[in-house]
Ligand binder design. Sequence first.
Ligand code: G6P
Length: 367
Amino acid sequence: ESTELGHYRHYMQKEIAEQPAALASTLERALQLGFQPGLFGPQAEAIFASVTHIRILACGSSYHAGLVAKYWIEEMTELPVSVDIASEYRYRLAREPANTLIVAISQSGETADLLAAVRASRERGNVAVLAICNVPHSSLTREAELVALTYAGIEIGVASTKAFTTQLGLLFTLAATLAQQQLSAPPEKMAEYRHQALVLPKLCADTLAMEQELAQWAHELSHAGNALFLGRHQLYPIALEGALKLKEIAYIHAEGYAAGELKHGPLALVDEHMPVIVCMRNDRLADKVLSNLREVEARGGQIYLLGEAGCAAQAPFAHRSLELPACGELAPILMTIPLQLLAYHTACRKGTDVDKPRNLAKSVTVE
Ligand code: G6P
């Protein structure tokens, strides 16, 4: 793809818009070949068969992708999963359980803390390293036994967008592949996973079409000094990612929280000046999220609801609501897009340097 801006104002805006195509490219092989271990390298079948624990290592947005993968792998397979921030893991005396597969996630493949953490994991007795990376010839891919590439294309904006959602696409493929190999999911489930992956790019394109409404939300948000992002289950890491995007490019202090933790602290901050952006699925946890939202409403917080179809009617008290199409397990990918657009338009309103936020670098190659 081209590195020209074309009609876009910023690279970040262009990269957000490229997500349907980037996801289609990243998921293409899995859709053609099925959820086969071979997608992760010739040795993957034998390595996956011996693995009894997965440890995910990453930094920044890639770490948030790892947190979503934990929910997926735990739900779709019987494997226990741990997720660590690379800069913490490298200095922690973590003893690896036998047969641990390290999954190292990185857009650049050059993040210094991640490379050091991967090396530390070797001394702690991992069985192999699987690199999930956007750069084919990088330090990380050279060090890993197994490699799977995201096909996001070059990402220029410092704040990760298409690299993050394609990481999620590939991690979903990993979870489905492990489920298939372990036979922990019935064939109907496997067919459902395939269908979800197949329709995802189109649903992402539909979600991009909500940009104008999100630009209006951004107009309001640009006046805020703080913001709270809430989610549960697989959408909890997406709340973290939404808050990170707003901090990175719009310079608004934002926190992502597991909605169930609201009453353990952040509720004390909620008043009419606190925008609360909530990501919600219409699933078995919907009632729990609604009761969290009532707590916010009772304190005058301004609720911005991003929900799957059917959620808005359940929260008529929300200040603003937008509904996204339901896409099953892949909801975290779809739900990321409005949060990117919200941060982007808020930053534009504030006139920040969207593609090169102050003090931040695209790739952190020193400790
Ligand atoms: C920097 C970038 C982030 C990125 C993080 C990890 O902080 O600004 O967008 O998520 O590094 O980078 P990696 O290349 O390892 O995914």
